[in-house]
Design a binder for this molecule. Structure first.
Ligand SMILES: Nc1ncnc2c1ncn2[C@@H]1O[C@H](COP(=O)(O)OP(=O)(O)OP(=O)(O)O)[C@@H](O)[C@H]1O
Length: 237
């Protein structure tokens, strides 16, 4: 039985008859940080949505730790330890950070007695959330909202984290401060991370492997060091 975190074969998906992903095969190894890059519209978000059961593929198969969940829905994926942090943060602006976390724990069915422990765990990874935990999300900066969005995903103790362009709207230093503690969860918890990013410098610094997508298919696979050559990267991107 495969112990890869995600193993997808022959994935195809699109919108209204227009194919966006074509015959995509992807393996995310257990405990690996895999960076997915590509130009706008290449299909990266569509792939994450397919992997998280938000968009139904027209062909292909997906296994999570060697198993195919009975129903391939976000709830079923959440139950086997997959979490998605979508592009654009998606935090409810009128709720406080504590309320957002409370809602996430409630929807994940975490018993009241365990909720505090889960929140403390997240605050250990992202301690700066403590500074603004009683504030409404709509009043927070982009970086703070991104922290809340990732923190909310961590509350479910995911084994596999799908991150869709967490650097959007963040200064490079802020993104570095955010991504490094998340990447460290690979070491401390064996978490596997699929990171879609445009901020190549910071993303490569934490990644084991890189996939480049163009027009719905992978055109290159290598290590961050292989892509150190700026000209090569530009040619692929
Ligand atoms: N809900 C949708 N309905 C119709 N077309 C869509 C939808 N979402 C995405 N698309 C189209 O699918 C293609 C791939 O989009 P996708 O968002 O997956 O790319 P991406 O690589 O994540 O790009 P970006 O970096 O801009 O987010 C694009 O042509 C986009 O316009």
């Amino acid at each position: 039985m495969s112990q890869d975190a995600i193993e997808a074969q022959g994935l195809a998906a699109g919108y209204g008859g227009r194919e966006v992903l074509q015959d995509v095969a992807l393996t995310l190894k257990a405990g690996e940080i895999l960076c997915l890059i590509g130009h706008n519209g290449a299909g990266k978000s569509t792939l994450l949505r397919v992997l998280f059961g938000l968009h139904r593929p027209s062909a292909g198969s997906i296994r999570i730790f060697g198993q195919t969940p009975g129903t391939y829905t976000p709830a079923a994926l959440g139950a086997v330890g997959v979490a998605l942090v979508p592009e654009g943060r998606g935090v409810f602006p009128d709720l406080t950070v504590e309320e957002i976390f409370g809602l996430a724990l409630w929807s994940a069915g975490v018993a009241k007695a365990e909720q505090r422990e889960r929140i403390e765990e997240v605050l250990e990874v992202l301690p700066r959330i403590k500074e603004f935990r009683t504030r409404r999300a709509g009043t927070l900066s982009g970086g703070q909202q991104q922290m809340v969005s990732i923190g909310r995903a961590l509350l479910t103790r995911p084994k596999v984290l799908l991150l869709d362009e967490p650097s959007i709207g963040l200064a490079p230093k802020l993104f570095q401060d955010l991504i490094r503690p998340i990447a460290a969860l690979r070491e401390t918890r064996g978490m596997s991370i699929l990171l879609v990013e445009q901020n190549v410098r910071e993303a490569f610094a934490v990644s084991d492997r890189v996939l480049v997508m163009r027009s719905g298919a992978f055109i290159y696979e290598g290590t961050p060091a292989d892509l150190d050559d700026h000209a090569k990267l530009m040619e692929l991107f």
